[in-house]
Write a protein that binds this ligand. Structure first.
Ligand SMILES: Cc1cc2nc3c(=O)[nH]c(=O)nc-3n(C[C@H](O)[C@H](O)[C@H](O)COP(=O)(O)OP(=O)(O)OC[C@H]3O[C@@H](n4cnc5c(N)ncnc54)[C@H](O)[C@@H]3O)c2cc1C
Length: 532
């Protein structure tokens, strides 16, 4: 065992292993320390276009081809059919009222389908984390990362030059010395405890709890129903992250290709107390009994593991980094699974730490750059918090909820396109929160939507003003036709939308065409795959 390394990374989720691989590619010696043993269950499964793009960019920049092929459904299925995965063509939302069976409305006012890809080949995925993370750790070992599992770390001590992590492994003392430590152990993780870091409150987010499991035999939503809708949806609604939204919370349903479906609920404390959420399976049944269409979807379902109850989902550390250590964004904070912000925020952090490693020669130089890393990590978390809190405040008002969520989809599709065009400077931050024009509009819309928390329901006038402001905020960055009301809440991915938005990205139509062809999307025929 080499007990003196350049970098010690604690936590071997995908993010810790990925950063470990990158650090090896940059010539650093790395120890990766895990308290458990792979394969193991961990929650957090649904990826997004931005998360997959970041994964692809990191894999290309640091020469990790095995990882690159996990950034799209098509290449994943061809190269790693042994790693379970779910097909995610988009984000599907259904709005429910307690005690009433969900029925689609003619104007689709109680649903929202936002496609993230034009066809399966380049679609996003749900990561079956026990397989996915195990694969990452094996890849890290193949790059000579020193991996230590089943380690119970007890302490971390830091002096001017060195960090020392002490604990126990297989009943024997365990100790690692490193120049720099990265905490990749998730919320309330290793350094939070070892250094007694204080937790910082969120300003807007309600206190929420989680309850989740994995299931077999979950049906498609409204399986067998014959609706009068003449138009085909932009993608099969179940090949997506399904969100069942109701007053006080929501349920996610993510289908994997191995017969397993991940499902769970995030609900406010008020609803959690009514449901007695800590009772697990019984609370799940109580929640489903209020949601007849969801209960039907789960009528044959059998959990494959005990329910997990999380008594507090959100978390924010008051400190993110120090000259000798850094928390990954996933250890620095968590908001809610809504909008799947966890992976992109984490990968943005991995990207920033990787660049800092690449551009500095030693730990002292690296430490000096962490102030910016801390600020960006916190600012992005708080921007995401404001939007998710605004969504929670409007779960009983679906037109507002869906228009607010378009802020996220507009910013995400603009950011993805800008990065794919080689213009990352157009989208320097998550949710474009610090973009001069969009940032303040995002903040204002969220604050007006959040005013319900203090003032009660919005007046009709304020509601209309908010809806107008939301569309006005989205339009200048909308490259996906999201502000086109004639689509009635079904948003496909169309080449024509991107072509029409070329000027918003400062390019001509030829540049967009070239981009579409590079991404496997036929520029001339909106919905026909060029390759898969
Ligand atoms: C209910 C829920 C649902 C979510 N859904 C989504 C989603 O759909 N999409 C999304 O983008 N994000 C989601 N997230 C967030 C997502 O889980 C995280 O962003 C993601 O897991 C971060 O990955 P990671 O590798 O940094 O950490 P983790 O996956 O948390 O891995 C941490 C690792 O560290 C190890 N560890 C912990 N403590 C120690 C210790 N003391 N010593 C050594 N090792 C330790 C653990 O065993 C684990 O292997 C969700 C989160 C929750 C709570």
């Amino acid at each position: 065992m080499n007990n003196a390394v350049d970098i010690a990374i604690v936590g071997s989720g995908f993010a810790g292993s990925l950063l470990a691989m990158i650090a090896r590619r940059l010539g650093r010696s790395v120890a990766l320390i895990e308290r458990g043993r792979h394969p193991r269950f961990v929650i957090g499964e649904s990826s997004t276009p931005l998360a997959n793009l970041l994964l692809e960019e990191l894999a290309q920049r640091y020469d990790l081809p095995q990882i690159a092929s996990l950034s799209k459904w098509g290449t994943w299925q061809r190269n790693h059919p042994d790693i379970a995965c779910g097909l995610k063509r988009g984000f599907t939302f259904f709005h429910h009222e307690f005690g009433r069976t969900f029925e689609p409305q003619q104007d689709r006012a109680n649903e929202l389908l936002v496609a993230a890809s034009p066809h399966d080949g380049i679609a996003d995925t749900h990561w079956y984390r026990s397989d996915f993370d195990h694969f990452f750790v094996k890849q890290a070992q193949a790059l000579s990362v020193e991996y230590f599992d089943e380690v119970a770390l007890r302490s971390a001590s830091f002096d001017a030059d060195t960090a020392v992590l002490d604990g126990e492994r297989n009943g024997k003392p365990f100790s690692i010395q490193a120049q720099f430590v990265v905490d990749a152990t998730g919320p309330r993780g290793f350094l939070h405890r070892a250094l007694g870091l204080a937790e910082a409150p969120f300003k807007h987010l309600p206190a929420t709890q989680g309850l989740y499991s994995h299931f077999r035999d979950v049906r498609l939503f409204r399986e067998g129903s014959t609706d009068a809708e003449s138009e085909a949806p932009p993608y099969p609604p179940d090949d997506a992250a399904i969100h069942h939204v109701f007053d006080g919370g929501w349920i996610w349903v993510l289908r994997f290709n191995n017969g397993i479906t991940s499902a769970g609920a995030a609900v406010t404390d008020k609803l959690a107390n009514e449901l007695k959420l800590s009772e697990g399976a019984a609370a799940w049944e109580r929640l489903l009994s209020r949601l007849p269409a969801v209960r039907e979807q789960f009528s044959d379902a059998k959990p494959t593991m005990p329910f997990v109850h999380s008594a507090r989902l959100s978390f924010r550390s008051s400190v993110v980094a120090d000259p000798r250590w850094a928390l990954l964004p996933s250890a620095a904070g968590f908001i809610d699974p809504l909008l799947s912000t966890g992976f992109p925020l984490t990968l943005l952090g991995v990207d920033r730490l990787a660049r800092s490693l690449a551009e500095t020669g030693n730990a002292a130089e690296l430490g000096a750059r962490l102030e910016t890393y801390s600020r960006q990590t916190t600012d992005e978390l708080l921007a995401a918090e404001r939007l998710v809190a605004a969504l929670y405040a409007n779960m009983d008002d679906f037109p507002i909820f869906s228009a607010l969520s378009l802020l996220y989809f507009a910013a995400a599709s603009f950011s993805e396109t800008a990065r794919r065009l080689g213009k990352p400077d157009l989208a320097p931050s998550f949710l474009l929160h610090n973009q001069t024009s969009f940032g303040p509009k995002l903040k204002n819309c969220c604050e007006l939507a959040l005013s319900r928390q203090v003032n009660g329901n919005l007046s009709e006038g304020d509601r209309s003003e908010l809806l107008v402001s939301l569309m006005a905020a989205i339009e200048p960055i909308d490259v996906a036709g999201l502000s086109d009301g004639t689509r009635r809440n079904w948003h496909p991915v169309l080449a024509s939308d991107l072509l029409a938005a070329a000027a918003k990205l400062g390019v001509d139509r030829a540049a967009i065409c070239a981009l579409l062809e590079r991404c496997g999307f036929n520029c001339q025929a909106d919905s026909k795959p060029a390759l898969d």
